[in-house]
Design a protein around this ligand. Structure first.
Ligand SMILES: [Zn+2]
Length: 397
């Protein structure tokens, strides 16, 4: 931990002394980690010496990610920090003139925030106006999508409250905000939503429709789970795996986990033959290591949930036949396990009792927010992801 702080200080320190130059850049579309090393004349063995898992992870650098490099007078890299996922970053450094690469945690704070506002133009615009948080506005709209008709029911002066948490790094937003509870008033009626165990419910404990994924293939076992950041006690270093690995025999059909459009079908770094789909609500799914694609699966094709899009293989960096299945929300990798689900649920028994206690606590907080007219400090733009405009377009689909 303290090492990262040191590195950040080092960057800032060197910057102040002017011996070196700190540059912030955006990761270009289609760029690979190998391209990056090539561009900066860093030995490619830095990549080739990584183990399979870490090589795969370098395929996870998302276009638009902001990363920092520290250059010397000749323009060659002294240090680079490139975020992957929400909790780790690839660190390139120099030790006695020789480059090395490792993974370091991203240091962030989690802030609990409360917004209370009255509708001026629309919930979407007003949330952005008060918080500067596009993803929060997007998430709010998505969460009420199936219970409120925003165009028909909302009037100027209606009230809304959002209680949420946001990761913050160096004063800027990091990753997706999480709405814990919210309220919106329409025609004098207050509608509440609570996030409980990762899903949205109304005040009666009935789950509200969200984004449900179908199982992407029949598998024999899960060979690797999702993790943003894991300390490996034997290797003494951090690991991450931004998806679920389903081990399955070669040739097992792989199905689209939801309705959506194929936005990529081709080779993608360590993921070998790979399909990426875009779904409603800012979601994407990724299917890696495919043996081959199903007939007709190409960019631009609209596909229904359950349709075969390819077949399990072992292409790219893979130790055995499996499907690497990734899920992204607003271009951030999230754990697919919480989203793969068969049907909506209604809370009952002990769980329902616990839920109602939870509801009471948040209702109190919402009431306090209304009384105090809580408005959080406006956010600064994203620490690493600048794709806010795209998030906005998706929310309007
Ligand atoms: Zn994997």
């Amino acid at each position: 931990m303290s090492r990262t702080v040191l590195i950040i200080l080092l960057i800032i320190g060197s910057y102040l002394f002017g011996a070196t130059k700190l540059v912030e850049q955006k990761w270009e579309k289609g760029k690979t980690f190998l391209n990056f090393l090539e561009d900066h004349k860093i030995p490619l063995k830095l990549y080739y010496n990584l183990d399979t898992g870490d090589k795969e992870l370098t395929s996870e650098i998302i276009a638009g990610t902001r990363y920092q490099i520290l250059q010397d007078d000749n323009g060659s890299i002294e240090q680079a920090l490139i975020p992957v996922g929400e909790e780790l970053q690839i660190h390139i450094g120099k030790d006695n003139g020789k480059y090395f690469v490792n993974l370091l945690p991203i240091i962030y704070e989690t802030k609990h925030k409360i917004l209370e506002t009255e509708i001026e133009t629309s919930p979407y615009n007003d949330i952005i106006k008060s918080t500067n948080n596009y993803l929060l506005a997007n998430e709010f709209i998505q969460s009420y999508k199936n219970s409120i008709n925003f165009k028909r029911d909302i009037r100027k002066g209606d009230q809304l409250v959002v209680i949420y948490t946001q990761k913050v790094r160096l004063g800027r937003q990091l990753g997706n905000p999480v709405i814990e509870a919210s309220m919106i008033e329409t025609r004098g009626v207050k509608h509440y939503i609570y996030r409980y165990k990762g899903r949205y419910y109304n005040e009666k404990g009935k789950e509200l429709e969200g984004f449900f994924l179908a199982q992407p293939c029949r598998y024999t076992r899960i060979s690797d789970r999702f993790t943003y950041k894991r300390w490996h006690p034997i290797l003494h270093r951090y690991r991450a795996h931004l998806g679920i690995d389903f081990a399955a025999p070669i040739g097992t059909p792989v199905h689209a986990a939801g309705d959506g459009r194929v936005i990529f079908a081709g080779r993608k770094g360590g993921y070998g033959n790979c399909v990426i789909m875009r779904h409603a609500g800012g979601y994407k799914t990724l299917y890696g290591h495919l043996r081959r694609f199903a007939r007709g699966i190409r960019r631009g094709r609209y596909v229904k949930k359950g349709k075969t899009i390819g077949y399990v293989g072992s292409t790219g960096l893979s130790t055995g036949p499996h499907l690497h299945f990734g899920l992204y929300k607003n271009n951030h990798a999230i754990n697919p396990a919480s989203t793969i689900k068969v049907a909506k649920s209604i809370l009952r028994g002990k769980t329902k009792k616990d839920f109602l206690t939870y509801v009471k606590k948040y209702n109190k907080e919402i009431q306090v927010a209304i009384n105090e007219k809580a408005t959080p400090k406006k956010e600064e733009a994203f620490a690493f992801y600048m794709d806010v405009k795209r998030a906005k377009i998706q929310s309007q689909n």
